[in-house]
Design a protein around this ligand. Structure first.
Ligand SMILES: [Zn+2]
Length: 324
């Protein structure tokens, strides 16, 4: 599982792999395994066709612009098929993805007011920033290897994560208004970082029309689906499918769960909407008996080709396959 092929000044969620490393990683992947598109893999598995022992399915989530301009030429050069799961509500948006905007507002070297008060749908939340008010380049550099969820309490990264957790389950419309409140409060409303914008409609069409590329749905607004009622889950699933079907010459049959979150109800709704596979973020191998509606994936970080080669060997040889 990939998200972006780009260099990044700061990358709290570890979404970026550099162009150089991605190139080397594709060499390692093609050396270690046979590459297939997700629907070809699912179909062959279902039909019981004999398949190579080691198969790699390359996927990208969200729909960042670098997927077209940087990842696609390298995939073509190495003849690696790939599936791009698109968050359709962001296609053509001049705004960053909401999690990126929050990062632009809170994880930049700056000084923030002492207290943040947010008015949420059913409550009010308040944060006293203390020492986290001031954040400089050195502090940010030291945070490079720290996961937001394990940042010590009282630090800027912990504050960022706490606000992220608060915004995560909100309805998209409401989340944008809260983000605007945070931007106004910060006094440092940064311009959108265009390097990590979502693809435009035309860019997505160019991507989807490559014959070795498949596009899959990743919802409209990227909500954790089980946190929402059935009608909203259905809306997220069917609208994203219909949007993509307009730009994709192939049927849209695969789905990636936003944040990896799903329930039995989500799976039923996907099947009703005609999806025959869906991918999670569970770090396991997909065995021949694996349920196609909960296919596990390994996230690939910004590492060298050699390092990924070793990791692939470990995954193929030692990680148990998901079953059922
Ligand atoms: Zn995503």
């Amino acid at each position: 599982m990939y998200h972006r092929v780009a260099n990044s000044e700061f990358d709290p969620w570890k979404l970026c792999v550099s162009e150089e490393n991605f190139h080397a990683q594709l060499v390692a992947i093609t050396k270690a395994a046979t590459t297939m598109g997700i629907s070809d893999y699912v179909e062959a598995n279902k039909a019981g066709y004999p398949l190579p022992k080691r198969i790699a399915v390359v996927t990208f989530d969200d729909g960042y612009v670098d997927n077209l301009h940087t990842a696609l030429p390298l995939l073509a050069r190495h003849k690696v098929p790939a599936t791009f799961y698109i968050t359709t509500g962001y296609v053509g948006s001049p705004r960053e993805f909401w999690w990126d905007w929050l990062e632009t507002l809170l994880i930049v070297p700056n000084e923030l007011p002492a207290v943040l008060e947010l008015h949420l749908p059913d409550c009010k939340r308040e944060w006293k920033l203390g020492d986290a008010r001031i954040y400089n380049h050195f502090a940010r550099a030291a945070d490079w290897d720290v996961n937001p969820w394990s940042a010590p309490v009282g630090t800027r990264l912990n504050f960022f994560y706490d606000v992220w957790k608060t915004l995560w389950p909100l309805q998209d419309k409401f989340r944008w208004s809260v983000l605007q409140d945070i931007a106004d409060w910060s006094g440092h409303p940064e311009p959108t970082n265009l390097e990590r914008r979502p693809m435009t409609h035309d860019e997505l069409r160019r991507l989807a029309q490559q014959d070795f590329i498949e596009v899959g749905a990743h919802s409209v607004d990227h909500p954790p689906l089980p946190a929402h009622p059935e009608f909203e889950q259905r809306r997220q699933i069917t609208l994203s499918r219909d949007f993509l079907q307009e730009v994709s010459p192939k049927p849209v049959r695969s789905f990636a769960y936003p944040h990896g979150e799903f329930s039995a109800q989500t799976i039923t709704l996907l099947q009703e909407a005609g999806f025959d596979s869906a991918v999670t973020v569970e770090q396991k191998l997909a065995g021949p008996n694996c349920n196609a509606m909960v296919l596990p994936r390994f996230g690939v970080r910004d590492m060298s080709g050699d390092d990924l080669g070793l990791r692939l060997q470990k995954w193929f040889d030692h990680v148990p396959a998901a079953n059922g």
